[in-house]
Design a protein around this ligand. Structure first.
Ligand code: NAI
Length: 323
């Protein structure tokens, strides 16, 4: 089976080639993101393989169906970027990688928190310029602090466990509380999480209930020194409301691995061209905001698991299709 692999990056091409040695799949790697303009690259293939910022809305799916594509293999867990109803109506089977490494994402959330809180990024830059002064680098102990976790699925529960290891109290919100958790966390309401958390980390999917969950009202309830972490999906936060909350010192800082308008920016080198997005540009100017470019998943283990599961999905030996 011929597979058109969109948004191909060097670090995953190697791993896919290694993992694919025994399968009958033939991957053709395209650096382009899948959009209405690039969908024709899928001509002559049976399947497309896509990542988080590929566009899989109804018009693109229609083009793929017209090109005789039968399968869509997402190389990610989240599936907010695909119109599943349209896919089903067009007879396209959709697969994803429901779990590749919750540790990769939870550990990245922790790395962001520690870096922002202890100002490691600023300290590193200073020392490289032989500035050994400590002014402006004061952080706080995580031990004894209250950490809010929104979404206690695979990633949220690993993050909660890590925070318990730091000696934190963990409050959680999830419409489907996890009754098997072996750690001591307290399920509370969203308002209680907002009011009591010193650190708040988002691990829920993006859907109609969670879009702009973190909005002006939520920021208004949060502690003034609270650090917000988002490794979920960008649009869980109303970014304009976040900027306002940062400008008015309503919250203490933000660690962002995702951004609501990241498509076409994240994963690309824009260092020569610059960016046109004024909201993202504003976010980068805050000293108390740390941004990474959707890299929380990026460990060797996660990449290997993504490749193995995607190949199994396309050989239809593993997981049931989403539709
Ligand atoms: P999961 O499906 O195991 O857990 C999601 C949890 O969120 C579930 O327990 C669910 O009940 C809960 N949830 C659903 N609606 C909610 C709501 N309205 N409020 C609070 N909780 C709600 O998913 P997993 O593997 O833990 O991933 C979570 C999210 O992390 C994914 O949906 C994806 O968007 C994001 N992600 C980000 C990555 C990155 O590289 N930054 C990599 C992988 C996932």
């Amino acid at each position: 089976m011929k597979v058109a692999f969109f948004s191909a990056k060097k670090y995953e091409v190697e791993i896919f080639k290694q993992s694919n040695q025994k399968s009958s799949l033939e991957f053709h790697f395209f650096e382009s993101r899948l959009t209405e303009q690039t969908a024709q690259l899928a001509k002559g293939h049976h399947a497309v393989c896509c990542f988080v910022n590929d566009v899989l809305d109804a018009p693109v799916l229609r083009i793929l169906a017209d090109l005789n594509i039968k399968y869509i293999a997402l190389r990610c867990a989240g599936y907010n970027n695909i119109d599943l109803n349209a896919a089903q109506n067009l007879g396209l089977q959709v697969f994803r990688v429901p779990e590749y490494s919750p540790y990769a994402v939870a550990e990245h959330a922790t790395a962001l928190l520690l870096t922002l809180n202890r100002k490691i990024h600023r300290a590193h830059n200073r020392v490289r310029e032989l500035n050994f002064a400590l002014d402006g680098l004061v952080g706080f102990d995580l031990h004894g602090k209250t950490v809010g976790v929104i979404g206690t699925g695979k990633i949220g529960r690993v993050f909660a466990t890590i925070m318990k290891g730091f000696g934190c109290r963990v409050l959680a919100f999830d419409p489907h509380p996890n009754t098997d958790l072996k750690i001591d966390i307290e399920y509370v309401t969203l308002n209680e999480i907002y009011r009591n958390s010193d650190v708040l980390s988002l691990h829920c999917p993006l859907n109609e209930h969670t879009r702009y969950l973190l909005n002006e009202q939520a920021f208004g309830q949060m502690k003034r020194n609270a650090i917000l972490i988002n490794t979920g999906r960008g649009a869980i936060i109303d970014t304009k409301a976040l900027i306002n909350a940062l400008k008015t010192h309503q919250i203490g800082g933000a660690c962002l691995d995702v951004y609501e308008e990241e498509e076409g920016i994240f994963f690309n080198d824009q260092s020569i061209e610059g960016i046109e997005d004024d909201i993202l540009a504003r976010l980068t100017t805050f000293p108390n905001v740390l941004i990474t470019s959707h890299q929380a998943f990026l460990t060797k283990e996660a990449l290997a698991n993504i490749a193995t599961t995607t190949i199994q999905n396309l050989e239809r030996t593993q997981i049931p299709a989403l539709v």
